[in-house]
Write a protein that binds this ligand. Structure first.
Ligand code: OFO
Length: 164
């Protein structure tokens, strides 16, 4: 495996681990405030990010690279509102998308078409996740401070669950 690409993939392992920890923290925040639907949503998101991470670890090792398992810093848990929770979700997904786009760019520079091909799965996944994050944030903007709106949002959120 091209060393520069291996380094970028290992950095991506860290970003996926970071997203997984962030979403677990968000699930826990929601769980302790009565938002059980939101909690379920983020528990599942957290698991999905862990799957994304493991997929990268296996790929690096299968291609005779060395996957390095990163330390993950403490995620945020100081959210003031559901709105802030979902703003953080969208920011996190946008950050990961930018990093994936950078890996793709570097694959083309190094003519590493195998990794380029592998990363297409992540591109498709990010498109879907960002779309869900934007839709949910738009709904919260419509709801504003309306408590019964928050109740219904929490009840219905898992109809928007991202698959995979
Ligand atoms: Fe949504 O971050 Fe993984 O790829």
């Amino acid at each position: 495996m091209i060393p520069q690409i291996e380094k970028l993939l290992n950095e991506q392992v860290k970003y996926e681990a970071k997203a997984s920890a962030q979403y677990l923290s968000m699930a826990s925040w929601a769980d302790t405030r009565g938002y059980n639907g939101v909690a379920d949503f983020f528990y599942k998101q957290s698991e999905e990010e862990r799957v994304h991470m493991t997929k990268l670890v296996k790929f690096i090792n299968e291609r005779s690279g060395n996957a390095s398992i990163p330390a993950v810093e403490k995620p945020r848990d100081d959210f003031k509102s559901l709105m802030e929770l979902f703003e953080t979700f969208l920011e996190s997904e946008e950050f990961v998308t930018a990093k994936i786009n950078n890996v793709i760019y570097e694959c083309l520079q190094f003519k590493d078409y195998n990794v380029h091909n592998f990363m297409q799965w992540y591109v498709a996944e990010q498109l879907e996740e960002e779309a869900v994050a934007r839709t949910l944030l738009d709904k919260l903007k419509i709801i504003g401070d309306d408590k019964s709106g928050h109740y219904l949002f929490d009840r219905d959120i898992n109809t928007f669950q991202v698959t995979e």
